[in-house]
Design a protein around this ligand. Structure first.
Ligand code: ZN
Length: 149
C-alpha cells in the first residue's frame, strides 16, 4: 500500500469510528427512563415548551430545582422570580450547574445552557435580569423537578 492510500484509509477509518461514537454519546445522556416524549424533545432536541404551560411558573415555596434527567441541583428558590415571560425564570444558577453555548437558531444570537452533569438542554440565559448578576435564566419547566425544603 502506498503512503497516500494508507493515509486515506486511516482518515476514513477515523471517520467511521468517530461517527457511531458521537451517536452513542447522545444516547448515553438520557439517564432517566421515565422522561416523557415532550421532555426528551426539549432536553435532547433543543425544543421549547409552550409559554405559560408549566405549573412551576406558580411555584413560590422554598426549595431547590433539579434536572429532570439526572437530578443535579441547578437552582435555589431564592433565585426564582416572575419574569412575565411564561417560563420559570431565575437570576442565577448554582455554581457549575450549567455549560453554555451560543445558539444561532431562528435568526437570533442567544446563549443556551445545558446541564453540566448530563448535557440536557434547559433553556436560554439573557442579560436583562433584575438581580445583581443581571442574568435571566429562562428555563423550560418540564426540564426541572422542584423539591421543597
Ligand atoms: Zn442533568
Amino acid at each position: 500500500m502506498s503512503k497516500r492510500k494508507f493515509i486515506k484509509a486511516f482518515l476514513y477509518g477515523i471517520l467511521y469510528l468517530v461517527f457511531p461514537f458521537k451517536i452513542l454519546a447522545i444516547e448515553k445522556k438520557i439517564i432517566n427512563p421515565n422522561l416523557t416524549e415532550e421532555q426528551k424533545d426539549i432536553m435532547f432536541k433543543e425544543g421549547t415548551e409552550r409559554a405559560g404551560s408549566s405549573i412551576l411558573n406558580y411555584e413560590k415555596r422554598d426549595g431547590s430545582y433539579h434536572c429532570a434527567n439526572c437530578n443535579a441541583k441547578l437552582f435555589d428558590s431564592t433565585a426564582k422570580f416572575d419574569s412575565g415571560t411564561g417560563w420559570p425564570s431565575f437570576t442565577e444558577a448554582l455554581p457549575g450547574a450549567f455549560k453554555t453555548k451560543i445558539d444561532y437558531s431562528f435568526g437570533m444570537k442567544r446563549t443556551e445552557y445545558h446541564c453540566a452533569k448530563c448535557g440536557a438542554h434547559h433553556g436560554h440565559v439573557f442579560n436583562d435580569g433584575p438581580g445583581k448578576s443581571g442574568k435571566r435564566y429562562c428555563n423550560n419547566g418540564l426540564c426541572l423537578i422542584f423539591i421543597p425544603n
